[in-house]
Every structure is written in structure tokens, then in C-alpha cells.
Ligand binder design. Structure first.
Ligand code: RUB
Length: 321
């Protein structure tokens, strides 16, 4: 789907129905959507203009609750607009911020993939879960360097994002084996490194990623297999810095089974889980490879203590996130 052809509302719908998915892409598309909205809804009345944009931002934040990238993309794109003197200045800022955010987001993946490939040993057998653009980029880079012997990619039920991963790897000639999620422990004995992405990193270093990630981390820990997370710094959550917990999205039960075929059966479908920092060996960010316990430093580096302690960050929309 081409981003240019979609209206801002269609982009939000795409994020909601997961035709647009993956934390990084969600962030970039949210940023682009608010830019498109600001361009379309330009209003010379500065106050009314800001109110309309804020309403759109509120709608955007409701589309998917777990990935902090949605919030980061919107926050970075709207940064400084409340100080802008005119509507024209607001629009100029939004366009400039959005372009910068999208550009930096893409560049971050390139940098992460360079560092990720450096950490991947020769003749590596890697396990990955779900579909992370940052993890896949690192594997592809290592493959270019002739380092990959095999990638075990989990199916990632219920939505089977593993299909995307195996296709992306196979298309580039990477040896890849698809496994069902429950076969992760069986295969872990062969694996040199687990590489996954993240939707959100909490300020204590916990990694929130696709459901099942924490099980794989536990198994990797048991087998002393390094568990490495690829995450751009805008995935580190200032909300958790203020004590808010990350909301785990519960999606429609029909993703798991057809309820009509199983009368009387309840379904639980949380689509993310939290991996405690004790099970994470390193997080590869675009500013360097860090231990999970350095997450706090990243949040402060990213937002600054002054902004983090401002009422705007502590109150208001943060509370409904
Ligand atoms: C995707 C998922 C990915 C992260 C990181 O979940 O859990 O591992 O979003 O991806 P969903 P990336 O399919 O439900 O969005 O590295 O591309 O940001």
C-alpha cells in the first residue's frame, strides 16, 4: 500500500486493522498522517487549528495501545507547535519535524543493522520471533557478510507475522526455517543468538514485544544463548519513567479461533508481553549497544530532564495512554 495515496483517517484505520504494523512503521505512518491532516485542515485561526490537530492526535493514539512509537512519532512531529506564533509556522514545523522523524527512523535501522551484524558471529544460527524490521535488517546485513548459517523464525500466532519474516529472508537468499512457536525450546539447543525487535522499552529495561517473546527469552536464558533486542531510541518510554505501565493490547478473539465453532469457549488474546531486563543481554540502539538497565539514560537523553519533569509530560494525554 502506498502511503501517499491514503488519507490521514485511512492511515489510522490501517494501523488499527494492522495492514500497517510493526512498531517503527506505526510511528512513521502516524507522523505522516498528522502531517497530512495538518496540510488538509489548514486554518488561519491558530487556536482552532491546534485544537483540530490535537483531536486528530487523540484519535491516532487510540488506534493501537502498546507501541510507544505511535506516541513518539506524534510527539516528535508536533514538537514546538504550541510555541509557534502562527498557523503557517505550525504547519511548517509539522512538515519539517515529520520529515526529520521519518528520515531518522529509517537511518536508525541502518545503523542498528550495522551494529547488529557486527555482534552476529560467523556461521551463526539465529532465532527470531514475529517480524521486526530492525532485527531482519541486522540479519540481512550479517548475511551480506556471509555470516548466517540458518535463521529459525517462529510462526508468531495468532497473526503469523513470521510468514513475513521468512519471505523477507528467503527473498534475499538467507537460509531460513519456519517453526511453530511451541518448537522454540526444541530448537534453542542449536541457536547461537536470539534477535528480536521491540514495541516499547520500559525505563527499567523491560522489553515489550510480540506475545511469546518472554518465553523465548526465558528459554534462551536457560540455554545461555544471548538474547539481543534491536530497538531505536524512540521506543524507550517516558511514560514508564513516570510510573505508568505499558498497556498490553488485547485483540479480537476471532484471531485465535472462530468463536461460532467453539460455543462456550472463552479466548484470551493478548498480543504483546513484557520480558524482564534480567533476560535481556543487550539492546542495540542507533546510539550504541546498551545493557537493558541503561534504558533510563536513553529516556533522559531523548527527552531531557527538563521536559520529563514538565507538567505537560506528566499530566494530560500521558494519563490516558
Ligand atoms: C510487531 C512486533 C515487532 C515490533 C518491532 O507486532 O512485535 O517485533 O513491533 O518491529 P505487530 P520493528 O505485528 O502486532 O505490530 O523492528 O519493525 O519496529
Amino acid at each position: 500500500m502506498s502511503r501517499k495515496e491514503l488519507s490521514p483517517e485511512e492511515i489510522l484505520e490501517g494501523i488499527r486493522d494492522m495492514t500497517i504494523r510493526g512498531a517503527a512503521e506505526i510511528g512513521r505512518q502516524a507522523s505522516f498522517a498528522v502531517r497530512l491532516f495538518a496540510e488538509r485542515e489548514f486554518d488561519n485561526d491558530r487556536k482552532r487549528y491546534l485544537e483540530k490537530i490535537d483531536e486528530f492526535r487523540e484519535q491516532a493514539l487510540k488506534t493501537r495501545p502498546t507501541a510507544i512509537t505511535l506516541w513518539s512519532g506524534l510527539t516528535k512531529t508536533l514538537s514546538g507547535t504550541d510555541q509557534a506564533k502562527s498557523s503557517k509556522e505550525i504547519l511548517e514545523l509539522i512538515v519539517e519535524n515529520s520529515e526529520r522523524f521519518i528520515d531518522l527512523s529509517k537511518k536508525s535501522i541502518d545503523i542498528i543493522s550495522e551494529m547488529g551484524a557486527r555482534r552476529i558471529p560467523h556461521d551463526a544460527i539465529i532465532m527470531t520471533h514475529c517480524n521486526s524490521s530492525a532485527a531482519v535488517a541486522s540479519i540481512l546485513k550479517a548475511h551480506e557478510q556471509g555470516k548466517i548459517e540458518m535463521v529459525y523464525a517462529t510462526e508468531s500466532r495468532p497473526k503469523r507475522q513470521g510468514y513475513i519474516t521468512v519471505r523477507q529472508l528467503a527473498e534475499k537468499g538467507v537460509p531460513v526455517t519456519m517453526i511453530v512457536d511451541s518448537a522454540a525450546r526444541h530448537h534453542m539447543k542449536l541457536v547461537d543468538m536470539v534477535l528480536v525487535g521491540a514495541d516499547t522499552i520500559a525505563s527499567n529495561g523491560a522489553v515489550i514485544n510480540k506475545i511469546g517473546t518472554s518465553q523465548i527469552a526465558l528459554i534462551a536464558h536457560e540455554r545461555r544463548v544471548p538474547f539481543i533486542v534491536c530497538a531505536e531510541t524512540y521506543k524507550f518510554s517516558p511514560q514508564t519513567f513516570h510510573g505508568h505501565t505499558v498497556k498490553i493490547e488485547e485483540r479480537d478473539h476471532s484471531e485465535v479461533i472462530d468463536p461460532k465453532k467453539f460455543p462456550g469457549v472463552k479466548v484470551s488474546n493478548p498480543v504483546f508481553d513484557a520480558t524482564p531486563p534480567e533476560y535481556v543481554d543487550a539492546i542495540i540502539t542507533e546510539v550504541g549497544i546498551i545493557p537493558p538497565f541503561a534504558a533510563y539514560e536513553i529516556v533522559v537523553h531523548n527527552f531531557g530532564l527538563e521536559m520529563l519533569s514538565s507538567e505537560h509530560m506528566k499530566e494530560g494525554f500521558l494519563n490516558d495512554f
